[in-house]
Design a protein around this ligand. Sequence first.
Ligand code: SF4
Length: 335
Amino acid sequence: MSIRLGTGDLARYPFLNEAGEYLRQSGFGWEELDRPDMADIIQRAAERIEAGVSGKVYEKLDRYETEILTFLVTLIMVKSIGMEPVLKKYALAEARRAEKFLTEDLRRQNDAQRQALLSKIFGDLFGLAIDTTEDGRLFKVKVTDYLARSSHFHEQEWKMINRLVSNGNVYLGPDETVRLVRNELAVMINGRVHAMSLPALPKAIKERSDTLRAELAPRYEYRAHSVTEYPPCVKHAIEVMNRGENLPHSARLMLATYMLAIDKPVDEIVEMFKNAPDFNERITRYQVEHLAGSKGSRTKYSVPSCDKLRTENLCFATKDCDSIINPIQFGRRRK
Ligand code: SF4
């Protein structure tokens, strides 16, 4: 069965192959990017990147021609900026934008439209077969597909024991179904930017990309001076964070508890996490305050022991670790 998407779908999901097909069929060429009327598209692309690196979802939605071109120019500009943390944060924001539209669409569209989306986005892009229940309110995913994607989610609700499972399928609501592929969407967008090779850029795009790079660079400067005295495990976590890469939950806990233990102010600790691809200041602040014992259970969390960090593959011991049993002891023996 051939499943057709509407133009509205292409506006909301400009990463679909059909959007690229639209550009090819319309005869759009590289030289068109230099037209004066592209100024509005370049402005939208810059706003989309700025929103992404600030951890926000770009909300504007225009006609599909505008959205497809904006998406293309945004990818070009992110590639031209050439900063991996910017790409990572932008890709995650783009995935979140698609996630928002997908959740809405799965809730309100009729069966045929919903089937088209399930087939094109989940099936074609991610090889994930999804079926709906008869009343169309829930979605069924094979247990193996579910486990492959949910195993890195930490929340209790994603544990199999807390799911409705029947006949080898896990049942999910629309938002949960979409959440399953968020990471894959981000990885796909990241991969597309990496795979791009740019010829000489049109002047207007180059100038705007250069300006954005100059504005964003200070956020990602590696603060070597503040890292050298930390134990290697903490230093490694800060370096990963500064590169804008994802840090496992256990490493975030180690980093935050260590910083609290050396009396770093909560504001500065929250600031350390700002390059995380999924950074949300409100949630991060709550979590740090929770670990400090000023929110929630009122229990102050200790820095995990070196033994525990070893079992979590978070230990990067050097000779300076000198048989210590907790990172908080690092440097004390030498003194
Ligand atoms: S030995 Fe302890 S302090 Fe040193 S890197 Fe490993 S976990 Fe960190």
